[in-house]
Design a protein around this ligand. Structure first.
Ligand SMILES: [Zn+2]
Length: 344
């Protein structure tokens, strides 16, 4: 598996509402495989490939382009930055992390806590984002030369490959984008009308997918996203949700959508038939673009999840074989989706 594209996707800064850099990559890649590629008014990238079967279903495949990040909200007289979150952050994991501030010039800063938080008796407490600031070490004058309010901030981490695993920031949901792009390259027969969407602003409440699915009104919707792999020390087996390396996770439900039972069974059957490693997933929290496709499309959705450890941290870990299994199953699904029966 070539990871160059995955690496490029992870390293590209794109937070909710500021997805342009990722939009450019999605457009570049989808132009090779789609009949038509458009960008809508919220910043979704919409790729369309016409089905060979007349009157065939509309199948929408969505992966969100945005990663969690921040924007600069204040620069104080000593050059320290305050920031406003875009997406759900875990404050505990932010302390002492390097970030990139994408201003006129990109600066590197470190997230630190306020003095109150650094007091010995406060060290075990969980900080709140409002108590954190970013230090570039530069003077107010230097910072103001390069940075202004509203500039994008992302976590700064290299992409690491180690045996079968990869470690990086923003696998949520650049692995989904990667699966979507790779699937389009590998499709042989496309009987159904395929709408592939790189969605915008998922991390602030699935906003782009709502807009896109209203326009497309899909018969079937498949979201591609990460899911929790809690297969780590201290977590009981029945709470693992998914396991790294155990294959693509076919979502039965999360807090925001219940997958159509027929689609789940169909995917499970395809995985068995084609010997694709898979697991079934029930996530007691969270949601994906499937939620928007369910409520704004015809109602039948499912999510194919890529297991990831430490989601929404600077070091998410995924397994390459899970990624391969997800692509393999999605290709088989699209090629056969005209025969998928809905069940309730
Ligand atoms: Zn996320």
């Amino acid at each position: 598996m070539h990871t160059d594209l995955l690496k490029e996707l992870c390293q590209t800064p794109a937070i909710p509402g500021r997805e342009q850099a990722l939009i450019d990559i999605m457009v570049r890649e989808l132009r090779q495989t789609c009949d038509q590629v458009e960008i809508d008014a919220i910043g979704n990238v919409l790729g369309y490939r016409k089905g060979t079967q007349p009157g065939a279903r509309k199948v929408m495949i969505a992966a969100h382009m945005d990663e969690i990040g921040f924007v600069v909200s204040h620069i104080d007289k000593n050059g320290f930055l305050r920031f406003s979150p875009r997406g759900g952050h875990v404050p505990r994991v932010l302390i002492s992390q390097r970030v990139k501030i994408i201003g006129r010039k990109t600066l590197i800063g470190v997230v630190e806590g306020s003095p109150a938080f650094l007091k010995r008796e406060d060290q075990q407490k969980t900080p709140e984002i409002k108590d954190l600031f970013i230090d570039t070490g530069l003077s107010e004058k230097e910072v103001n030369k390069h940075v202004e309010i509203g500039d994008v901030i992302v976590l700064d981490r290299d992409f690491i490959e180690q045996g079968d695993i990869c470690m990086a920031k923003a696998f949520d949901d650049r692995v989904g984008c990667y699966v979507l792009l790779e699937t389009m390259k590998r499709l042989k027969r496309v009987p159904v009308n395929v709408y592939v969407v790189g969605t915008a602003q998922e991390e602030v409440g699935v906003r782009g997918a709502f807009t896109a699915s209203r326009g497309i009104d899909p018969d079937l919707g498949i979201a591609l996203d990460v899911t929790a792999a809690f297969d780590v020390p201290g977590v009981a087996e029945h709470e693992h949700v998914s396991k790294l390396g155990n294959g693509v996770a076919i979502k039965i439900a999360d807090a925001a959508s219940i997958s159509n039972h027929g689609i789940v069974k169909f995917l499970q059957g395809l995985a068995r038939k084609h010997r694709i490693k898979h697991q079934l997933e029930i996530l007691p929290f969270g949601g994906t673009d499937a939620m928007a496709m369910q409520r704004n499309g015809k109602g039948a959705v499912c999510t194919l999840s890529i297991p990831a450890r430490y989601v929404h941290s600077p070091n998410e870990i995924i397994h390459k074989k899970d990624l391969e299994a997800t692509i393999a199953l999605l290709v088989k699904f699209i090629e056969a989706s005209e025969t998928c029966k809905l069940e309730f």
